[in-house]
Design a protein around this ligand. Sequence first.
Ligand SMILES: [Cu+2]
Length: 321
Amino acid sequence: VQKYWSVVFAVVVVLCAGMTILAPAVGGWWLPLMVSSFGGEIDFLFNLILWIVTFFFFLTEALMVYAMWKYAHVEGRKAAYIHGNHSLEFWWTVVPAVILVLIGVLQIGTWENIKYQTRMPKPDGKTQQMDVAARQWEWRIRYPSPEAYARWADPANEQAKTEAERWGEAPHYDDIHLVNEVHVWAHDKKADPNDKDPQKVLIHLHTRDVIHSFFLPNMRLKQDALPGKVIPVWFQAEDYNTARNEAGVWQDGYDPKKGQWAEYNEKTDEWTHLDRIWDLACAEFCGSRHSMMKGKLYVHKNRADFLEWLQSAAKAQNVRK
Ligand SMILES: [Cu+2]
């Protein structure tokens, strides 16, 4: 009867193993589709840590089940008194320490690439800038006007260069304001395979009240917004062709129908020429309506497409009644 418990736990371990094998194959059970330039590095670290944890989970569970079976209570058997085992304690301290240091070293390059301010795209005319202000419970987003984009596109215009560099510091009368809608354009690898310095997005992130966290799951980007600080955040959206694996199959059982082009619909007033639509979420509990603090990330296929959308947004904003 006592051995029954070891069997119960063994069944749990076997079920866990089954889920481990099954989950990556089932759509929606695994990581969301990855469409950013640095997302692969994040996924590598995620998978590395996951495999290490998985290995030691099954190792310790197997030892536990074995011990429960072998040392189940037997009437009349006396329990052995064990004081400790120094070499065992030494190894279960050294092995995790080595793994921890290894993970620490392996993530340095990724951290530098994503979080170092010196590695971030400069707020020049080429980088796409926006200002994201988190508040309870929405995302307020400020874009440069189409006119500003036009001025910044001219590399000879020194004044425009300074203007672009300082754009994030304060709002301008002609900025475009939107709520819960982040619009960017993708780096089109197919159209320009030799582009050594592809377009990037630079976000000036801040909060108007409490701590929030700007989370774009598909970009593998997460950054806390801290009161009193403007934190720069960057990413580079890939064109959706790179969101497929080498065989041209959509990753992770992704259904292209759901995130595909949104046609303009006059009744619902939805934007045309949209490329991909992804989730934006708040990833830091920030109050009673935290779960409602959702937005969308629209990845346009190129700059021209984005500007066309920006024009229509400017028009919609500046309607005089
Ligand atoms: Cu929030």
